[in-house]
Design a protein around this ligand. Sequence first.
Ligand SMILES: [Zn+2]
Length: 259
Amino acid sequence: MTDLEGTAGVTSFHDETYPEGRHHVLARQLAMAEVNAAVDGFLEAGCDDVLIIDGHGPGGLWFEHMHPEAKMLHGRPVAPRSVRDSVLKEYDATVIIGQHAMSGIATSNLNHTQSSRSIYSITLNDRPIGEIAQWALYHGAFGIPLIYLTGEEDACTEAEQLVHGIKTVAVKKGLSRESAISISKEKARELIREGARQAIEAHRTTPLPPLVWEGPFVLEKRFFHTHDADRYDTVAGTERIDGQTIRITGEDIRQVIYS
Ligand SMILES: [Zn+2]
């Protein structure tokens, strides 16, 4: 799974990660090259099927430059979960390339959770979570472990706290929400490729378990503005906690985690 905000050289929502940004295409090309480097590492380690999932909201990759041996699952709106899940279940492990940390981490470049424009924060069973936990828990429910993550330094820390033993590679260090120190694109790709190979080799020797938390699940989602919470008024299993916050409860993590 790929995201755009944790790519080396990408620091700005308005100029790079939003589709109307003046350097958006360049950012997508940088992200695609990092993903291709990871594909190289996986193939070197003997993987026989690499599916790239473009996980950035409006799309964050550049298909023209995709690694010739990879495939891409892309397009918006995303396919229904019932359809996507049957594809995901065919794979042994998942990784995240180009990730940023959760909203509220002040030193994380481009920190946000799901939507930089509407979501203030998300907690699951009272624990603050970001996109890494969402992805790892969703796939954990299928028995698929998250074994590798690259991106911004605080995202690497967030992943290491969630999944003990995960391999991570930082390609930039955030200084504030829209400022970072990036390594060169060449160095980033070299580290990502090498890390990808090592992650697979380590997983073969000592497999990482899928991330599974104990249910039932209570997810609270706080928005910047009340109109975003208004949209949940008719959604079953949802309560309004206050003007900006909704609460969703359930037994199945897959029903709850992306609500
Ligand atoms: Zn993201």
